[in-house]
Each structure stands twice: as structure tokens, then as C-alpha cells.
Design a protein around this ligand. Sequence first.
Ligand code: 2NL
Length: 340
Amino acid sequence: MEEKIQALLQEVSAYSVTDKPGLESFRIKFISKKGALGDLFEELKQVPVEQKKSVGKSLNELKQAAEQKFSELSELIASASTSGDTGLDLTLPPVDNKVGNLHPLTQTRLRIIEIFERLGFNVADGPEIEDDWHNFSALNFPENHPAREMQDTFFIEKNPDILLRTHTSNVQIRMMEKQKPPIRAIMPGRVYRNEAISARAHCFFHQVEGLYVDKNVGFADLKQTLYHFAKEMYGKDIKIRFRPSYFPFTEPSAEIDITCLICKGKGCNVCKYAGWVEIAGSGMVHPNVLKSCNIDPDEYTGFAFGMGIERVTMLRYQINDLRLFAENDVRFLRQFQSVT
Ligand code: 2NL
């Protein structure tokens, strides 16, 4: 009998109810005359006299425990029903689910990588703090080229051989120095120029450069590769044109334009009524650049190109101020949530 009492004690203390019917079941099961307690008091009559005192004491403890539990549970249910059932107000609107999104520049970079990876390009990166050789000299910049001057490049004052890279071409140079052709890779990354910050310029921006060096790489490869890129990025109806240009590291060099996305070539203020917008610079890798990296220009040729990720993103989403990308204003950034 003592065992039964102990088992019931445990059951009582572990019992929980959530509503009034549950409370009533508890009362019937334990406390009522026909419940467990009633039965036990009945059984007590049969207990031998010498055990009666101790069993009776345990039984009383159980009775007190059951009554106390009953009043505790009653109070709990009473307070829950005054605050609206379970204490939860299911009619409240849900708290906003704050899912973040990738920065628009990151989204554009990932899209560019996706397009070129499918053409068999690897993705490479390298240092943002660079030496003069990898940023300028190996790229066939003449000693007195204006891009080397202090207003364009951030140099380390104590050692002007060290600078912040002005393009990601340094990564291509490092790759060509280490690895022999075939080389087919793109280099996304942050670059730095000492410019006054405005809607069209910043002291840092992001670039993707590309390089393809192998035997028999020609201008036709450059054209088709960038045409394919433009169609993937901006839509298959886009037209592309090449304009002669100059870069020290390519010869011949060309600027690449696409038909304006806004006016489809008719002329608007985005394309300044030209019907065309510039998307990249490109050209055949200058023989001197290949020589700098110990690649024989009589055996190998290559094409290269470079584009600004900010520029691509501005065209894609019709953004008119470059500064927005670096301000971290969530009212701007949040608008790119659905695009991820
Ligand atoms: C632009 C133009 C360009 C390259 C970058 C390059 C790199 C090596 C050799 C030859 Cl290692 N060329 N890069 C070539 C043409 C244009 O960038 O407007 N960038 C934003």
C-alpha cells in the first residue's frame, strides 16, 4: 500500500492541466470520494493495527499534496483565462521576418561570375596592396604615364613602390607569372583611385577583369565572348559595338558599348542621347605585357577586358548615384531583396 501511495504522490506532482475540463478530471481521479484517495482510505481499514499509524500518515500527506495541487492548478487556469486563454494573442499580426539580402554589387558580381564560368573561365583574386611592378610596370605603363601620378593612385608615402591597386590587372600579371597558358580567368575585386567623391566617382570601386591567353586567340574570340556576356547580362535583344580606344596594356584596344537599355537606342538622358552606353574596355594583350610575364608573344596571344561592377549594376537597376553603394543606407539596400 505504501508503494501505491508513493506512486500516486509522484503522479500528482507531475500532473499538469491546461483547461477547466482537465482540472475536473484531476479532481475526479484523485480527490473525489470515488477517486484514488477514497479507495485508499477504504483500504486503510484493512491494514494491520501496527502499520496503520505510518500508512495513515503517508495517506494524509498524499491527500494534502493532491488538494494543494488542485488549488494551484485552479489558480493557474483562472489567471490564464483572464489574460485570454493560453496567454497568447493569436490575432496579433506576426513580427516582420527580417531576412537580409546580398549587396547589389555582390549580386552583380555573382551574376558576372556565373556567366563567365559557363564559358570555362576560372575566378582568381589577389592583393589590394600591391607593388609598382604588378600594378604598372608589367602592364606596359610608360614611366611618365599620367595614371601613375599622385592624383590617381594612393601611394605609401614612405615607400612609393607600395600602392593600392588601381585595377585588378595585378592579379592577371601574378597569374601569368606563375602559370603558363592556356589561361582563362576573371578577376573580380576592389580597386582604389584618388578621386573626389561624387555621383560618378568614388575613391574605391569594384572591377571585373578577364584574361584569355592561349595559342591562336584572336579579336574574334574577344568579340564573341563579350557579345555573349552582354546578351546574358542585359538581354538577348541587345546590340554591341566596338570603338577604337587606347590602353597601355592592350593593342589594339576597344571600348565596348551596348544599345541603351532605357530608350533601346532612340536617345534619352541616360545615354546622353547617343543611344549607346559604354560597358567595358578591352583589347588584345600587348606583347610587352606577355614578355613581362615570360610568355612568348610569338607563340601565344590573348585578349583582356575590364568593367566596373558599379557601372554594370547602375545600368541593370537604373541607379543614378554611385555613392549609394557605399553608404549602407538600408532604405537603398533593401530594394534589392527580391532580386537575390
Ligand atoms: C576598363 C578597361 C581593361 C584590361 C582592362 C588587361 C589586363 C592584362 C593585360 C591586358 Cl594583365 N589587359 N586588362 C584590358 C583592357 C581594358 O579595363 O575600362 N576597366 C574598367
